[in-house]
Design a protein around this ligand. Structure first.
Ligand SMILES: C[S@@+](CC[C@H](N)C(=O)[O-])C[C@H]1O[C@@H](n2cnc3c(N)ncnc32)[C@H](O)[C@@H]1O
Ligand SMILES: [Zn+2]
Length: 423
């Protein structure tokens, strides 16, 4: 049953505290609805023991794992730096802000959402952790770029910035890099599965500077496209970024990466092109100075057999030691054996396995090996152990249950699959 929610309070900061007293209502984002009472479909959800209201905001309980990962990272930051100021730039109902306050013990959270209609719900949810008078949080309503730019101009920098955006919005990168502290963390999102699938190359070019064509490991490409876009924007400001983890979830789909910002030049060795040979299934990274000499080692003379995408991030998706710390903390908090369906233990273990430095970008679907070998799809454990016995590195992929990551070339995978089935 719908109920009548309280009217909107005012624009900008909303718990009776104003960071910038000169905020002019005329600067209010144009996409906001006028001050009216609204009919609410509000209901309550519970996540990791916290009960909160969702109101009419955009909320997906499937995104809980992405929130868990963000909270673990923020908590590790607080433990090692003794301070944690978070800017939750697109906070919806404020569940992330609530969890950054309660679980990561953030000293301060600025919860922002462009939609002023979220205000009462956010204020009510954050009040359940800490009274507004304690000054641990503030609520703001502006477009993300505006709040980021305002904080930057005031030299009010943050340790952790979470931008939970829709689609392939990358317009906030520059402002976010300006507003995060050096050594600080930026948690960014893409939900653009069309672009990662290579179905909108002009769109991915505009958003992330990468011309993306269809590749068999497109969901990993989505993560690499997002990181590559961030690498490029950071380099404009003389910074470089390190991905600490990269997480794909098929709900959405959602591509989320946690990046650490440091001063320093862009290293070209991880910002390259990817070429996939449709004839033999081999993938290779192509550096900028070899762009004119691209050809597959199989020597295929099939015209257009090489599918080239990029530039994008071809380096590690995760930092294994960081993921191990996250896993340990999740264990301390009892999150690894909580009987929840979104098995965090398995996810973090797989991400750690994927971080083996011997493993290249991409993954190989077992169906592709089977179809090239013209045999039935091998069992995952069987082919993994056969590949390992031949001296190659191999792991599962957190992105696809029926795929492997390996430095074993496709031609060898095909030979091994035939051998397993005595063909
Ligand atoms: C994916 S939802 C956020 C979900 C929330 N972070 C969570 O975990 O439940 C995105 C939110 O961003 C807000 N939004 C959209 N464009 C925005 C912009 N340019 N600046 C700030 N907020 C924006 C929307 O009102 C929406 O609430
Ligand atoms: Zn080839």
């Amino acid at each position: 049953m719908g109920s009548l929610s309280p009217p909107i309070l005012s624009s900008s900061f909303h718990n009776n505290k104003t960071l910038n007293p000169n905020n002019s209502p005329s600067h209010r984002p144009s996409n906001l609805r006028p001050f009216t009472a609204i009919i609410s479909n509000s209901h309550y959800e519970t996540e990791r023991g916290f009960r909160f209201e969702t109101g009419d905001t955009f909320f997906r309980h499937e995104s809980a794992t992405g929130r868990d990962l963000g909270v673990l990272a923020a908590a590790l930051y607080k433990k090692s730096n003794s301070t944690l100021r978070v800017l939750d730039a697109m906070c919806g109902c404020g569940i992330r802000s609530l969890r950054y306050l309660a679980e990561a013990e953030a000293d301060f959270v600025l919860a922002n959402d462009a939609n002023e209609n979220c205000n009462c719900v956010i204020v009510s949810n954050l009040s359940s952790v800490s009274s507004a008078d304690n000054g641990r949080w503030m609520v703001n309503h502006a477009v993300a770029n505006r709040v980021l730019a305002e904080r930057y101009v005031d030299r009010d920098l943050f340790d952790f910035i979470d931008v939970d955006s829709f689609g392939s919005d990358s317009s906030f990168f520059r402002c976010a890099f300006d507003t995060v502290k050096l050594g600080g963390l930026l948690y960014v999102t893409s939900t653009d599965g069309f672009s990662s699938g290579g179905h909108r190359p002009n769109h991915s070019l505009a958003a992330y500077g990468a011309y993306i064509r269809p590749l068999p490991y497109s969901n990993e490409i989505g993560l690499r496209m997002l990181i590559g876009g961030a690498v490029r924007e950071a380099s404009v400001l003389g910074y470089h970024i390190t991905p600490l983890f990269s997480y794909y979830s098929y709900h959405g789909p959602v591509f989320r990466v946690l990046l650490r910002l440091n001063r320093g030049k862009l290293s070209q060795c991880h910002y390259r092109f990817i070429a996939y040979c449709e004839s033999c299934g081999h993938s290779q990274a192509i550096s900028w100075d070899k762009l004119g000499q691209m050809k597959c080692p199989c020597g295929s003379d099939v015209p257009d057999s090489l599918v080239v995408s990029g530039p994008l991030w071809t380096g590690p998706l995760h930092c294994a030691s960081y993921l191990t710390e996250m896993h340990d903390l999740a264990g301390e908090w009892g999150w690894l054996d909580d009987g929840m369906k979104n098995d965090l233990d398995k996810l973090l273990q797989r991400m750690i396995d994927e971080s083996d430095p011997n493993l290249p970008f991409g993954y190989i679907q077992l169906d592709e090996i089977a179809s090239r070998a013209k045999v039935n799809s091998p069992r995952l454990v069987t082919i993994m152990s056969a590949i390992q016995q031949e001296g190659y590195s191999v792991s599962r992929s957190h992105i696809s249950n029926n795929a492997i990551k390996t430095n074993c070339p496709m031609s060898e995978c095909v030979r091994i699959a035939k051998q397993i089935q005595n063909v």
